[in-house]
Design a protein around this ligand. Sequence first.
Ligand code: AMP
Ligand code: MG
Length: 507
Amino acid sequence: MKVMKTIIEKIDKNQIDEQIIEQAGDILQQGGLVAFPTETVYGLGANALDEEAAKKTYAAKGRPSDNPLIVHIADVGVLDLIVTHVPEKAQKIMEKFWPGPLTLIFNKNENVPLGTTGGLSTVAIRMPVHEIALALIRAGGGFISAPSANTSGRPSPTSAEHVAEDLDGKIDMIIDGGSVEIGVESTILDMTVDPPMILRPGAVTKEMLEEVIGEVAVDQTLLVDDAKEAPKAPGMKYRHYAPKAQLMIVEGETGEAVKAIKQIAYEQTRLGYKVGIIATNETIDSYTTGIIKSIGARSNENTIAKNLYKVLREFDEEEVSYIYSEAFDTEGIGYAIMNRLDKAAGHHTIQAGDITKLQKYRRILFVSNSDNCRGPMAAELLRNESLNKEYAIESRGMVVLFPEPANQKAEAIMRSQQMTLEKHVATQLEEADLDDDTLVLTFDEKRKWKIISDYENVKNVYTLNEYIDDERFVPSSHGQPLVVYGENFELMRELIKKLADKLNEEG
Ligand code: AMP
Ligand code: MG
């Protein structure tokens, strides 16, 4: 429900419009709410020293009020005004990582209201590096609480459009500074314990911190499904970052995960569900069924962090029922990515191998001599069958001298049955065609034995009739009149139907 008019202003971070910053600063000083860009995600700013402003923040976000806010500052010098003590290790860390995507927890002093810290005696503090954020923090009085500027429970906003989707009409102003750099929230490091403990992973990793201060602990509840203890950062207990659809992470070696996701997407789609797939630049072309989006490049996981929430929001708009995501390496920023994905999925993960073992073949290859008549015909007939599982259905020839089109009489018969081989091009069988996922079917014994003797380690080669346990061979129609092509087509159709039934029975 819109209850107020939200001002939306664009600012170029390389040429900051001071007037807009001043206006936004005034709003903050008067207890209002201003959303603004930081390098991590967009924040919902309010005066951190004003208890009433904190209340408004919780109300606008619909956030449980036991979930404390992070106080953003623009100068390290002001720290002493809000904390009781700055440990030596914290000094070192701040010198190295501030301004930047790292939040530190200190014991607060009486200047920070409990309304801002969710009732805790500690306070989380960050100094962002984003120029617009820094200018606004100064203009707003120097202490700006800023949780992510989304409705509680939705993916964090990485653009001003995302903020407007959630908060237009509920806050005073949105500063649009374009897309954020990092895309996942700051690392949170608790400096009130020794060794300091990571409560939320982010762009500043454990390894980076340990280089500066030695041992750093990690809250063990972060990546665990059935943790007995509550997480130490109160906000980490909520299933936030969540898309509307049920998200499932498919773990395992990437090639295996792709197979598993394809398999599930095909079957879920047949059941009538709208399915989303979170792919990567490297794997996107492997998928065929579902709404497929790349989240970035595996070769540069920073791109994945940056797109993560955007992709989850896009799937909300597509109104898919299920989203299946590949899993990512947990090195560097990858740990933060997997932490957020895992939370978005409500810890739903499956092992790719548990899915892929349920489907024996993924590819059916019909092999004839010249790949211009029986092979392509069988392949097209099978493609027209209703199959419970997804198969790549193709044909190859043992002796293909040039890439000719399908035989004309075969094409005429197919046309009379509302099918066509017009896209077919005869293709030579290669060793690489014969992997474990492929079922190879020939039309006679001779070709079967030739494949078995010509290639090494071929496992799944059968004649079509042997495979479906039927005595009838489909003979070559080569050089025969059209009626013979027609008769052979009818026989082929019967056998392919039996093949489809067998595949559907066996999986
Ligand atoms: P957000 O503002 O959406 O990035 O969320 C802030 C996160 O910081 C939440 O997970 C909070 O629980 C956590 N946080 C803020 N203050 C504290 C604190 N004093 N102690 C532990 N966690 C905190
Ligand atoms: Mg948040």
